[in-house]
Write a protein that binds this ligand. Sequence first.
Ligand code: ADP
Ligand code: ADP
Ligand code: ZN
Length: 222
Amino acid sequence: MVDIVLLGAPGAGKGTQAELLRDRLSLPSVSSGDLFRAALSERTPLGLRAKAYMDKGELVPDEITVSMVAERISQKDCAAGVIFDGFPRTAGQAEELDNLFDQMQRRVDIVLYVMVSEGVLLRRLAGRWTCRECGAIYHREFSPEKVQGVCDACGGELYQRPDDTPETQKRRIQVYLQQTAPLEAYYRGKGLLVELDGEQEIDVVQGDIVKAIGAVTTGRAC
Ligand code: ADP
Ligand code: ADP
Ligand code: ZN
């Protein structure tokens, strides 16, 4: 059993690393952004409520986000552990996650803090393309698909997220600095934070992540 949190700014590479880790550890990745986008494409009330915030680059209120994630992690496939990508994003969400996990007799085992400077974040967000079908993540320059516009994994169509406009990108980074960056201190205080250089190549970052997880899981059944 291992429960992992990926922490970092929009564009840091959390989704990319979560995908690789999911395949490696056979654990589900729980991306609150993906859950909101799925709800929106199904036009559920939750998705429609979230859209107004997502379009502006603001955070969806904690109450909505936490209940959605709580529902997801109560599912059977999450019983052996999960990889959180983009959750928690506020102090309130982090505390709620601790409460939820207490009730489930689980705990956050490790927080991987993927550090990337602002200039690099903006370049990454500007070139990000995502598969409409399976959510796989590509970059026009840094991690291109084999056939332009077509997902390598599933053949789905690639699109640029509507919240990846220059104005929204800047706002999301500001929101991150105000509301999410304080979680670094929260998790450092609990002894769970591992800092990673997120500006290295994708595979190198993944190697650092695997080593860090190995260090917390060796010597115990997991
Ligand atoms: P990115 O990969 O660029 O960081 P995400 O896909 O994680 O973006 O999130 C997209 C949007 O979904 C956010 O800008 C926010 O509006 C909403 N969102 C995602 N996760 C959360 C969360 N944990 N709390 C509040 N809002 C969230
Ligand atoms: P996040 O989930 O943190 O918002 P993503 O995983 O969506 O970040 O990555 C943002 C963009 O940067 C994507 O286009 C992705 O292909 C690219 N990317 C991710 N990690 C790296 C890396 N280490 N080097 C270069 N590009 C990267
Ligand atoms: Zn795909």
